[in-house]
Design a protein around this ligand. Sequence first.
Ligand SMILES: O=c1ccn([C@H]2C[C@H](O)[C@@H](COP(=O)(O)OP(=O)(O)OP(=O)(O)O)O2)c(=O)[nH]1
Length: 160
Amino acid sequence: MYRSGAFVAECVSPTTDDQIQPNGVDLTLDIVFEQLEPGRITRDGKEIGERIARPLEELEQKHPDTYYLPKGAYVARYGERIRIPEGHVGFVYPRSSLMRNSCMLNTAVWDAGYEGRGEGLLQVHHDVEIERGARIAQLVFAKANHEDVYDGSYQGENLE
Ligand SMILES: O=c1ccn([C@H]2C[C@H](O)[C@@H](COP(=O)(O)OP(=O)(O)OP(=O)(O)O)O2)c(=O)[nH]1
């Protein structure tokens, strides 16, 4: 069973009323990264390749605080701190307006016990402008059985 947006909102901060949807909570775009070097996935570990934060569209001053993203693949960091409560699993879906603009957000499983400001793969199939802080995704929670809680290397990531 999926939980209501109001329930999810208790585990996402900060949130405004605009972000709370019937079945989940919208997540906003904070930082867009571009990967520069290959990463490495091995049988017993992983390394994330070097990356840089994309500049905002400051030069033209047309839309300040906006990312102009040419076609390509980027890593997007969400603006909210997310906690996945015990007895649940989280899934993130792209906002449909992103998809309708030929862009897609690819995501993985959000484990019970995880807390942090996570990331997703932003695939841009047609140049797009996205304002920093705009809603790009929606987080939903499903009830789930589990034995352990998340205790991996991303626990507590990107929290100031
Ligand atoms: O799209 C996603 C999906 C998950 N996460 C967060 C929550 C999740 O609990 C954590 C770790 O995800 P996963 O277990 O898939 O990563 P891993 O590569 O297997 O890392 P670890 O070895 O730490 O489990 O990353 C994201 O930031 N973005």
